[in-house]
Each structure stands twice: as structure tokens, then as C-alpha cells.
Ligand binder design. Structure first.
Ligand code: GLP
Length: 234
């Protein structure tokens, strides 16, 4: 699995934890890769994504320590570290399910607008708006790291299935542009239109600017009815 951080996937991690506690989900053979990390923050820094994953998921489930992979905030050699991360993902046969959130500007992972649509894991400079958006957790805005490591868009697109989650009005524009706008590096999530198994799971507020909203609801209502339909025709 490829796992994202942020407020959005917290519900998923709580649900996975519940299922595990009830004995309905076993993580013993799961291998997890983190999507991104702030550069400069150590694993035990409360704002590092390593800390977030441990606090919100890993310590509650039976995943093996050696099956947890992450981008390090303080690598000795950034390029080598990113290259090795790519190789590690490949060594497990790639990512089966990638969970994503989305930034207000349409970023996925930390691939900010203008990122190459075929980029690989690398260092990125955050936009001012992402620094602003992510500053809510830091005491001082100046403490928000300016650099990060992130899986590239090309790396993310190789996952066999992608599930992007979004809630709330503040994500509605990014969702509308990603789902119904042109595929462009200016809206990184728009590349998901080219993925054969990308699912976008959103609430009504995040869906509010979608032009074909009624059609999507109609499709959803009819899901699973194809076989009944054919049956009646016989
Ligand atoms: C950060 C993360 C993204 C995440 C985004 C949205 O920038 N790098 O992976 O999707 O924030 O976060 P939130 O879900 O808190 O809105």
C-alpha cells in the first residue's frame, strides 16, 4: 500500500484500526510505503509524516516493522535515497493500492503544480500556499519546512489502484479541475484521468463544483444493476 498523510485519510486509518481490532483485517503481510515527507524533520518530530503514520496507524495494527518504508526527512544523500525508494517499491512488485489526498491547488503527494507528470521520487520546494495550508499544525508559520521529498507523479501512476479522498468546500475547485478539466501539470491530480483504476471518493461539498454531478450520482445508483438489467432482457 502507498499511504498519504493529512486530515483527510484519518477516518480511513481509524476504520482500518477498528477492523483490525475486531479481527477482520490482518496487516501481517502488508507492506506500506509513505507518499512523502518534510525535509529536515526527524522521525520523532511531531510534525513529521513518519510520526503521523506511526501515531495514526502503524502502532495500532500488526504490520511488521520491516515492512514499513518511508522517505527520510534527513537523508545523507537525497538523490540516492530517492532512487533507492523507487527500487524498493519495484522490489515488492509495485504498489497495489495508493491512498491519496489532494491539496487546494490540486497537488498529490507534494507534487506541486508544474511538477512533471512523469516525475519520480525527488526533492520539491513547497508553494507558499501549501506552506500556508500546512502551517495550521505548526506554532509558527516559519517553522513549516520549505522542502520535502515526495513520490513523483510517474511513481504514483504506477500503482495498480489509486483512491483519492477529499472532503469539504475548500477542495471543490481542485476536484472539479482534476475530474473535469484538462489534463495539465498545472493541476497534478488531473493526471488521474489517465489511470485505469482511479477512484475519487468525496463528500457533497467537495463535489459541489462538478458539472456532471447528477450523472455521477445516476451512475452510482445504477452500479451493480447491469446484471439485473441483462437478466430482465432474457
Ligand atoms: C499535504 C500532503 C498531501 C495531502 C495534502 C492535503 O500537502 N503532502 O499528501 O493530500 O496535504 O491535506 P489535508 O488532507 O489535510 O487537506
Amino acid at each position: 500500500m502507498g499511504l498519504a498523510t493529512g486530515r483527510t485519510p484519518l477516518g480511513v486509518y481509524t476504520r482500518l484500526t477498528e477492523l483490525h481490532k475486531k479481527g477482520e483485517m490482518d496487516f501481517f503481510e502488508v507492506v506500506a510505503f509513505s507518499l512523502d515527507e518534510y525535509l529536515g524533520l526527524k522521525e520523532d518530530h511531531p510534525h513529521s509524516f513518519a510520526y503521523y503514520m506511526k501515531k495514526n496507524l502503524y502502532r495500532h495494527i500488526n504490520i511488521k516493522r520491516e515492512n514499513i518504508f518511508r522517505l527520510h526527512g534527513t537523508p545523507e544523500d537525497i538523490d540516492r535515497h530517492c532512487q533507492e525508494y523507487e527500487e524498493k517499491i519495484k522490489s515488492f512488485g509495485g504498489i497495489d493500492i495508493q491512498i491519496l489526498g489532494i491539496g487546494k491547488n490540486g497537488h498529490i503527494g507534494f507534487n506541486e503544480p508544474s511538477s512533471s507528470l512523469s516525475s519520480r521520487t525527488r526533492v520539491k520546494t513547497l508553494t507558499q500556499e501549501t506552506i500556508e495550508a500546512n502551517s495550521r499544525l505548526f506554532k509558527d508559520k516559519n517553522e513549516v519546512p520549505r522542502f520535502c521529498l515526495t513520490m513523483g507523479i510517474g511513481t504514483i501512476m504506477e500503482a495498480k489502484m489509486i483512491i483519492l479522498l477529499a472532503n469539504g468546500k475548500e477542495k471543490s475547485q481542485a476536484i472539479a479541475k482534476s475530474v473535469e478539466g484538462p489534463i495539465t501539470a498545472s493541476v497534478p491530480a488531473s493526471i488521474l484521468q489517465l489511470h485505469p483504476q482511479a477512484k475519487i471518493i468525496i463528500d457533497l461539498e467537495a463535489a459541489s463544483l462538478l458539472k456532471r454531478k447528477n450523472y455521477y450520482q445516476w451512475v452510482y445508483e445504477n452500479k451493480g444493476r447491469v446484471n439485473d438489467f441483462l437478466e430482465k432482457k432474457k
